[in-house]
Design a protein around this ligand. Structure first.
Ligand code: SF4
Length: 297
């Protein structure tokens, strides 16, 4: 559901397809990751409270149907905690059937919130945060210009989990290219082990024309992984993911960027998922004609 006149592209996670998308910002406050073209050309701004409230007002006639709300755009936690709390309060008052409010969040803004602030946000209705960890490797994080070290990226995720807000972590296979594939797999798994998110999604790197990473690829400075090598990297990553036996982590690799769809829970389904990755790797080995720009044109 979407009620807005702000303009510009609107992105939301696939699992928010039936949610009311409430834009509290436009664009991404970081907007510097070299692989990302989502909000390029969009001047970031925090929407004034009056604009947000008018969007909520426009959705009022549908209040009986709205159970989930996604706070867009790229990083809603950039808002001051007081403003977020005020918005969450209005949402609770306006939508009596509301079950969950969620948002994307970037590590720098997650780290700016104190543990007490995060608990207050949870109590006010923020139930789920989608976090693009991307990698747990310092070299990859630096190469993609994520703006944080691996230690900071891990701490950001841990803070959300500790607050009681559910955390959905996204990682990107192939993000380190051939140069960093092995360490990207290993350190990303170690970051996941340290964070212990409730959800883990593995996407595959897609090159977006005009992005700095695509330019590096075109200049021969970034060597992209083949589909089979992506499977091998994911296999290595998942092999090293080691969550406690009583943990229930929903694992998905079903994004349109993925060559093969994988779904299960960790650690329960790990062996089955590894077998499926192995079979996919064998199957894709013969694929000679592949395009790292796949799916985006
Ligand atoms: S933080 Fe997310 S939306 Fe912003 S530039 Fe990086 S990947 Fe893109």
């Amino acid at each position: 559901m979407y009620f807005d006149t702000a303009g510009g592209p609107v992105f939301r996670p696939p699992s928010e397809a039936n949610s009311f998308i409430l834009r509290v910002t436009q664009g991404c406050s970081h907007n510097a990751c070299c692989f990302c073209a989502m909000y390029r050309g969009v001047n970031f701004r925090v929407r004034p409270l009056a604009e947000v409230l008018s969007q909520i007002e426009a959705a009022k006639p549908y209040a009986g149907h709205i159970r989930r709300i996604f706070l867009a755009d790229g990083n809603a936690l950039v808002l001051a905690t007081e403003k977020l709390l005020e918005i969450l309060q209005v949402l609770r008052q306006t939508f009596p059937r509301l079950q969950r409010v969620s948002c994307y969040a970037g590590p720098k803004d997650m780290l700016k919130k104190t543990p007490e602030e995060l608990v207050a946000l949870r109590d006010a209705g923020l139930k789920l945060v989608y976090y693009g960890l991307e990698s747990g490797d310092d070299l990859v994080l630096s190469a993609i210009n994520k703006g944080v070290s691996a230690a900071q990226a891990i701490e950001a995720g841990q803070r959300i989990v500790a607050s009681g807000i559910k955390l959905s972590v996204m990682v990107i296979a192939g993000l380190g290219g051939q140069a960093y594939s092995g360490r990207h797999a290993l350190y990303t798994a170690q970051a996941v082990n340290a964070i212990q998110p409730q959800m883990l999604s593995a996407l595959t790197l897609m090159l977006y024309r005009g992005s700095p990473l695509a330019e590096q690829f075109e200049q021969g400075k970034f060597v992209a992984l083949s589909p089979a090598a992506i499977m091998a990297e994911l296999y290595q990553m998942l092999s090293a993911v080691d969550l406690p036996a009583d943990r229930y982590c929903l694992f998905r690799s079903t994004h349109s960027s993925n060559y093969v769809g994988l779904a299960g829970t960790l650690p329960k389904d790990k062996d089955r998922l590894l077998r499926e990755l192995q079979a996919a790797e064998v199957q894709l080995r013969g694929l000679r004609d592949w395009d790292p720009y796949n799916n985006v044109e």
